[in-house]
Design a protein. Structure first.
Length: 262
């Protein structure tokens, strides 16, 4: 058991790390112009270390070249690797290993490609009552599927799977302020004002159905200032969210400082 200042009674037996989209081990960083550690290496090098690591990657090519070799590169670590759809692997296997109050807790990093993270996967972590889950909520992934009107959407069902409901449409499409001609139904069209915030807020409310505490989002933007994704932490303990807000605050102060220097 781990005994420390934060765990004096030793109730915490093990801490596990799960990376559901683990393919990028050494990605190229455009700002620095060099390869940097991706999430798997960051987790492996974290001190104090996790007791067990689970890495999942759908691409067979990335799995064979990046993920599978981690077991031999770090033989002193307990590393488990899976090649396949993380949604199926987590719901059918990984999440079922955890039970409330059994002394094992975990941290799950969910950084999906587009809309490839299903709501049932996030919910399965919440039901264990054992996980802090850090999610890259893909705002851009949703944007790419939207049309100017509900009937123009590209893949409504895909968004429903990610959001866990179809009620998100009420946040995106609103009745036009322009009065329709007599006898015609009101025009329902996409309302772009504060759309990122409204989508993130809807997703946060969904998270609150299976996690006791959820952070505010911090929106990350691209070079053209368009929103890419919102970072959100969901947890069963208030301290985790409090600490994440401290990190978000530091990031926002750093961004403001860079803008002033520019």
């Amino acid at each position: 058991m781990r005994k420390s200042a934060s765990n004096p009674s030793g109730w915490l037996k093990e801490m596990h790390y799960i990376d559901a989209f683990a393919g990028s081990v050494r990605p190229w960083d455009k700002e620095s112009g060099e390869h940097i550690d991706g999430s798997p290496l960051v987790a492996i090098k974290t001190i104090p270390s996790f007791d067990r690591y689970v890495f999942i990657e759908k691409s067979k090519k990335r799995f064979c070249s990046n993920i599978k070799p981690l077991k031999t590169q770090f033989p002193e670590k307990k590393i488990e690797v899976f090649c396949g759809d993380c949604n199926d692997i987590i719901c059918d296997d990984v999440a079922k290993r955890y039970r409330p109050r059994n002394g094992v807790r975990g941290f799950a990093f969910l950084d999906p490609y587009g809309l490839n993270l299903r709501w049932e996967t996030v919910e399965s972590f919440g039901k264990t009552e054992s996980f802090d889950v850090f999610i890259n909520f893909s705002v851009m992934g949703v944007y790419r599927q939207l049309g100017s009107r509900p009937d123009k959407m590209i893949n409504r069902e895909k968004i429903n799977e990610m959001m866990g409901s179809d009620r998100w449409c009420e946040e995106v499409y609103k009745e036009s302020r322009q009065c329709p001609l007599p006898g015609l139904a009101p025009v329902v069209e996409r309302a772009n004002h504060d759309l990122t915030e409204r989508l993130a807020s809807f997703y946060i409310n969904q998270l609150k159905t299976c996690f006791k505490y959820v952070s505010r989002p911090i929106v990350m933007k691209g070079a053209t200032n368009s929103p890419l994704y919102a970072l959100i932490l969901a947890s069963q303990v208030p301290l985790a969210v409090s600490k994440m807000h401290e990190i978000f605050d530091r990031q926002e102060r750093r961004k403001r400082k860079v803008v002033r220097l520019d």
